[in-house]
Design a protein around this ligand. Structure first.
Ligand code: SF4
Length: 281
């Protein structure tokens, strides 16, 4: 199924590519591959695990991912390498949150924004960080390494029928969770068995995501964790709100809360936590 057989009985090797975010579904996919290697791997096949790291500041090597999650990624990378897999952590060569923040907007549907300093992530649906810092490094890697005999495994579970439906339309993609009958809960159980549960699942209210900590989707306890783990960077980030003439001055396009107000909340100066901190932004 994953290998092309030639008429003379020789075989073409397959590149197995696993897209890994560190979350339970993609981590369980790597584990399932490992457990079913005998069935999936043929002589000459290669296995590559790809993780794309978005950076807050490339020059100072400051990740855009929560430090606990990025530590988890580098720790588990070593285990996957010990299983014989090539693990690549891809990064943009020249783009990060700060380059995006400080660049001057030369085009915009809103003429008032042209010429201004870009500012914060304007919306998670048209996220420039995603385009420049996630998709571009992935596309560049694909251009260099992709061939006709590759399978890309995506962590989509049995109980995600809509996502599976769109996956089935892409002939070079597959879900091992589907193939081996794993729901999302079972994927988590498998991660527990291998001690590979990402710290993203341990924050109160499951508030840590595997995305960037400067994302408009960033939840309260995620911000608090960044303040506790990287206080200087957090202060620097909050101060960006004072930058004059920003095309996108709001750090969070989904909330009325300013960054200064969130700063006070994470420092416990604004008010005591309420139930809403656990369930809202
Ligand atoms: S996590 Fe948020 S900021 Fe980061 S790439 Fe995704 S949408 Fe953009």
């Amino acid at each position: 199924m994953y290998q092309n057989e030639l008429s003379n009985n020789s075989v073409i090797s397959t590149n197995h590519i696993i897209c890994w975010s560190g979350g339970k579904d993609s981590t369980a996919t790597v584990i399932l591959f490992h457990e079913h290697e005998k069935e999936l791997l043929k002589p000459g096949d290669k296995v590559t695990i790809l993780f794309v790291e978005v950076m807050y500041d490339l020059k100072r090597n400051i990740s855009g991912h929560n430090p606990d999650i990025i530590d988890f990624i580098y720790e588990k990378k070593k285990i996957f390498e010990s299983w014989g897999y090539n693990v690549e952590i891809l990064r943009s060569k020249d783009k990060d949150f700060l380059t995006n923040f400080y660049h001057k907007l030369t085009r915009s549907p809103d003429p008032e924004r042209v010429g201004k300093t870009y500012g914060f992530v304007s919306s998670s649906s048209i996220c420039a960080i995603r385009k420049d810092c996630k998709l571009k490094p992935m596309n560049e890697w694909n251009k260099l390494h992709a061939n006709d005999n590759q399978v890309q495994y995506v962590g989509i579970a049995l109980d995600e029928p809509k996502r599976l439906e769109s996956l089935h339309k892409q002939p070079d993609r597959a879900s091992l969770l589907e193939k081996y009958g794993y729901t999302e809960d079972m994927a988590m159980e498998l991660c527990r068995k291998y001690d590979m549960v990402s710290p993203q699942y341990f924050l109160p209210g499951n508030q840590m995501r595997d995305g960037c900590w400067f994302c408009p989707n960033c939840k309260f306890f995620e911000s608090k964790n960044i303040y506790e783990r990287m206080p200087d960077i957090w202060e620097e980030y909050v101060a960006l709100e004072d930058t004059p003439n920003l095309a996108y001055p709001k750090w969070n396009c989904y909330s009325k809360e300013t960054l200064k107000e969130r700063d006070l909340r994470v420092k416990g100066l604004y008010k005591q936590y309420s139930i809403f901190d656990y369930i809202t932004q």
